[in-house]
Design a protein around this ligand. Structure first.
Ligand code: KG4
Ligand code: ZN
Length: 335
């Protein structure tokens, strides 16, 4: 039974997982979000985030134990996110989990946050089949060729803004509350995605890489031209959203074809976006592929995904030394 802590950004999260005969059982997965605290600043303030993690971590661990109906003595291993993420935020969760491991003499596993996202679509299955992983989050946009647990190759990534970052920045331009992603999706539902012709970046030398900063600038120029941008909010949101989704879908399908994968996954916070889910699923079905979506509770940052990656780590490699530190730029895979 493994207890995992996630604190890489503005969510403090604790989960408890165990291996069962036919998969895994997530006994509990609690998230304490700081979104309301950061909303007044329009984004995450690192100093505020780490102080808040430090305050909530102990009661949240206790609540997770109570929820799962177990005590600390029942936990046989601990895991925490080592990176990537905000250094000061990562330190709180990692130090707390290492402290529990040190005090109890149980093993500790440092987990890559992006591996948590990558594997989250398969938590219910309990194992990782070969697939093309599509990770779209606030900090990353990546296509990963996955042969199995621990065997990852980076096929494509963003060369500037991540997909979620583009949503959040454009959300701010449109004067929508933080985070922009869910707000833009909401307004896009009643808009026409063809009303504004926003650009889709073509990267000739790296066809699987992404670029969203030109799109962001195009939205800004468009806003400056409109006398009353708020009157076009739904159309702007729908057109912007389509310009983010199109390249993700096209490149994901092409990468899967090139790597011989018939299964694709969609994970990370932006994978909540139903228009993206539908687009990718439709495009995949058209070529006879399937998409494994992430359950909503495991999509934005959570400790369930860290617990699952930690459990697989405990089954596949030795524990980490307790001298291990955070790694704010922890790479997931090499090209
Ligand atoms: O994975 P995540 O929770 O945190 C990171 O590891 O970055 O992703 C957060 C990102 C934010 O940029 C947020 O705006 C975006 O996911 N997001 C969405 C939606 N829900 C969350 N983007 C588009 N549509 C959504 N429905
Ligand atoms: Zn994340």
């Amino acid at each position: 039974m493994l207890l995992a802590i996630e604190s890489s950004c503005d969510e403090t999260a604790v989960a408890i997982i165990r291996r069962t005969e036919n998969g895994v059982e997530l006994l509990t997965s609690l998230i304490s979000s700081q979104i309301e605290i950061h909303r007044e600043f329009g984004g995450v303030v690192p100093e505020v985030a780490c102080r808040s993690h430090a305050q909530i971590i102990r009661p949240l661990v206790q609540q997770a134990l109570d929820d799962a109906g177990v005590t600390l003595a029942d936990i046989t291993a601990f895991a925490a996110t080592r990176g990537p993420g905000l250094a000061s935020s990562l330190l709180v969760g990692l130090a707390y989990a290492k402290g529990l491991a040190a005090a109890s003499g149980k093993p500790f596993y440092g987990v890559n946050h992006m591996e948590g996202h990558l594997l989250s679509p398969f938590l219910a299955a309990g194992q990782i089949p070969p697939h093309l992983g599509v990770i779209v989050s606030g900090g990353h946009t990546m296509l990963i060729d996955v042969q199995g647990y621990g065997d990852y190759r980076l096929i494509g990534r963003t060369i500037d803004d991540a997909a979620g970052e583009a949503f959040d920045k454009v959300g701010r331009m449109l004067e929508l509350p933080y985070p922009g992603g869910p707000e833009i999706e909401k307004h896009a539902r009643t808009g026409d995605p063809k009303s504004f012709a926003f650009p889709r970046a073509v990267l000739k030398d790296a066809p699987y890489n992404f670029s969203f900063s030109g799109l962001k600038t195009a939205v800004l120029y468009q806003l400056q031209k409109l006398p009353d941008p708020q009157a076009h909010l739904a159309d702007l949101c729908a057109s912007f959203q389509a310009a983010v989704i199109d390249p993700i879908v096209k490149k994901s399908i092409r990468a899967a074809q090139e790597k011989g994968h018939t299964t694709l996954t969609l994970s990370g916070g932006v994978a909540c976006n139903q228009a993206l889910q539908q687009s990718l699923t439709t495009a995949a079905h058209a070529v006879g592929f399937q998409v494994q979506l992430t359950p909503p509770a495991l999509t934005t940052d959570n400790a369930g995904m860290i617990a699952f990656a930690g459990l697989l780590a405990s089954e596949n490699r030795p524990p980490d030394d307790l001298n291990i530190g955070i790694d704010p730029n922890f790479p997931l895979a090499k090209a």
